[in-house]
Write a protein that binds this ligand. Sequence first.
Ligand code: AMP
Length: 398
Amino acid sequence: MNKLTVKDIDLKGKKIILRADFNVPLDDNQNITDDIRIQAALPTIQYILEQGPAKLILMSHLGRPKGKAVETMRLAPVAKRLQELLGEDVLMASDCVGDAVEKEIAASPARVVLLENLRFHNEETDNDAGFAKKLAALADLYVNDAFGTAHRAHASTEGITQYLTSAAGFLLEKELNYLGQAVSNPARPYVVIMGGAKVSDKILLIENLLTKADAILIGGGMAYTFLKALGKPIGNSLLEEDRVPTAKELMEKAKKAGVNLVLTTDFVVVDGFDKKDTVRIVDEIPDGTESIDIGPKTREEFKKVLSTAKTIVWNGPVGVFEIEPYAQGTKEIAEYLAQLDDATTIVGGGDSAAAAKKFGVAEKMTHISTGGGASLELLEGKELPGIAALTNKDEVNA
Ligand code: AMP
């Protein structure tokens, strides 16, 4: 990576401002129900603290407050949890910018400060230059460790880099190492498992993969638009009618490019989404039924292709994995990936990461991305603004 990382800069005695992703789930009593995002930021936070900075100022968004201070979206529960994990005081600031905040920080003996939710101000998502400058004024150096928002050009991810030397944290670096490698120089064969609900969300990804991947396995709700394009019956299964021509075009391009595009060949169908007792396996989707998972033959075909792969990216569940009788296909694929020893297995964020966790195999994957949207855009070949804006290694005489 040609971007500066925390290891490249002298942090001693400096004020560091760190963009983290503390967008944690909270219950009705403001208790954090899953602190994995806080845990994920700890290596960078602890490393910075070990270097003896004057201050470490942390900032994040939480939820979608849309420019207003929303009581249930305050970051106080995160400050409390951080304090427990770090074993030192964390000052919870009353806001993220302004004179009052500057005074609070200067007056507090705490080394670690957590700014209030950035998205209480619309200027954050508007990437307002004045707001970014105010954030930058709090520190000497900027570190970005929030991969999940790196695809957004916001004041705390992009704007602020105009004013401070900007480095990547360990989490961001790790994401780039695995996903970046898959994008630019994958060990081959490179196989991508695609699923999820919509073709429209994944068109750019498939387009980009046609020049990169050796095989694309298509399951999940998006498969039926492809099958429709082949003239196959799909019953009441998910369909994006307006994308049928695109699906056809993608299949033709795959053929020309020599990419093995593998579609679903048998199905788990039900008479209606809620009629779990009508579940059955079929080779052709009957009228009046809906397919909610890939069938056993398809699972075996997918596994055969995966068995020779050296790099695997999994993006999207191959069935409705949230519902027990519809989850078998996704479960089997997840378990198969978990026991592959010779392949690098990368799980895109969002639903595939949730599925890997649900089936207890998350630990067995080489890398699980912390950013659904960001990992998708990276794999689509797009430049992520939050990463592009970081200082290049050759720009500093460190
Ligand atoms: P996405 O957000 O596009 O990754 O879509 C994930 C969602 O797709 C999950 O909630 C799955 O339940 C859903 N899904 C996967 N396969 C199917 C299917 N065959 N029919 C309907 N929904 C599906």
